[in-house]
Ligand binder design. Structure first.
Ligand SMILES: [Zn+2]
Length: 433
């Protein structure tokens, strides 16, 4: 039955669009780890007079980090203590870095290696799963993924600062460690960034000095302990889509009509500018893509806020489809293919997850199989139940409603059942998105 009901398989790995990588790189809020909430404030810097010192430090720092990464990669060093003893002396003598910057370079290199190794391990898991499935269907196995390469950093890659290598000073100034000693730059925070800096509930941690198109930014990390998760039996199911950005099991829909209209305008303007192709047109293109991204971010923030608020008020959990590994190998419904690979879709999930964590709302992830074809009233599952993108009509009991609402109801039901049936199995407090 499975073979017939699922749409035709397409297992081509779809490369991530650059905008998604861009989004990840400049992720405003990073995700929670060890019950700690983390957020990053990106503040523009006025480094007047210190460009040369900073650029030189940046270059040396990243050369050192690349060298450290190569050494640790080749010698399979994963313990930071071991790494420290192996590379510290040479980092200082070969690259001329001060003691603290040498420590930061090692930290950056080790973290990058860890991230690459983790991605590699996840890829292997997905590859094994995919091959097991192919084998059960009598198909030929696919070759294993390419082994990962050792991470390297360009001369303009970010410069890591820890609590000892930078210091926030009064009057919006910051003191930064460079190879020519400490320099003082001026922070140019906006109103909101200023408020975030002043919130005492958030502890200020390390920072990254980021260079982008001739401007320096300081990305300051703040942490706070996550509130305890409020236990909840029932869950509000949320179905994410493109026609309706989100539909929840209480019947509310966040329509994507306005978003689609605005984005189509962006697409048209982009196409026109691409035809022009002059340098100023290219500059306009860049501005435009920034504006589109910011617009989508705003929309996603608003939706996530509304949904989390609803969960808080009704003392329920939030339930989403579990998309772990979906991107690379699982069949994706044709009409969902675009949205599931768009960064905006992942951004909304991310926003939902961290806003929920801030509010102590549990997030549950449920198996996405058949949520769109199963009747939420009688449980009958048939592909023909879903008549079109928007309408659902059960072939067995005749229940009829919006298809996204039906899917959200199913997500809610599955999540609530899991919570009541087997304690703790699905109550993921730090979901992997
Ligand atoms: Zn039914």
């Amino acid at each position: 039955m499975h073979g017939e009901e699922l749409p035709r398989a397409r297992r081509r790995a779809i490369p991530l669009p650059p905008s998604f990588l861009d989004f990840l790189e400049h992720l405003y809020y990073t995700f929670l780890m060890n019950e700690l909430l983390t957020r990053t404030i990106c503040i523009k810097l006025d480094v007047a007079g210190h460009e040369v010192a900073l650029a030189e430090t940046q270059r040396r720092f990243n050369e050192a980090a690349s060298w450290i990464a190569t050494v640790c990669w080749d010698e399979h060093i994963t313990n930071s203590n071991t790494a420290h003893h192996r590379v510290y002396g040479q980092t200082r003598s070969r690259f001329g870095l001060g003691a603290q910057l040498a420590v930061c370079a090692r930290a950056k290199a080790m973290e990058a290696i860890k991230a690459v190794r983790r991605q590699e391990a996840e890829k292997m898991v997905r590859w094994r799963k995919a091959n097991a499935r192919r084998k059960s269907k009598g198909k030929k196995p696919v070759p294993p993924p390419e082994p990962a390469a050792c991470p390297q950093f360009g001369p303009r890659a970010s410069l890591r600062y820890d609590a000892r290598t930078y210091r926030l000073l009064p009057l919006s100034r910051v003191s930064l460690n460079t190879m020519q000693g400490r320099v003082t730059a001026r922070l140019l925070p906006g109103g909101r960034q200023h408020d975030m800096l002043c919130e005492t509930a958030w502890k200020i941690g390390g920072a990254e000095l980021v260079w982008r198109n001739g401007t320096y930014f300081l990305h300051i990390t703040q942490t706070q302990e996550a509130p305890d998760v409020t236990p909840a039996e029932e869950a509000i199911g949320v179905d994410l889509g493109i026609v309706n950005i989100a539909s929840d099991s209480t019947g509310e829909q966040f329509t994507g009509a306005e978003v689609l209209l605005i984005r189509s305008r962006f697409v048209a303007r982009r196409a026109a500018l691409q035809r022009v192709g002059t340098r100023s047109a290219k500059r306009r293109l860049k501005q435009l893509s920034g504006r589109e991204r910011r617009y989508m971010k705003h929309v996603n923030h608003k939706i996530a806020k509304t949904l989390v608020h609803k969960a808080v008020v009704s003392r329920k959990a939030l339930a989403l489809e579990d998309l772990t590994g979906l991107r690379e190998e699982v069949t994706v419904r044709r009409e969902h293919r675009y949205e599931r690979h768009s960064w905006a879709f992942f951004q909304l999930r991310l926003f939902l997850a961290y806003k929920a964590a801030w509010a102590g709302v549990p997030v549950r992830l449920v198996d996405p199989a058949f949520t769109s074809q199963t009747c939420s009233v009688c449980g009958h599952c048939e592909r023909a139940n879903r008549q079109s993108q928007s309408s659902f009509q059960c072939k067995q009991c005749g229940f009829c409603c919006h298809a996204d609402y039906n899917a959200a109801m199913n997500i809610s039901l599955v999540a609530s059942q899991a919570a009541n049936g087997s304690a703790g199995t699905s109550a993921a407090t730090s979901p992997r998105l």
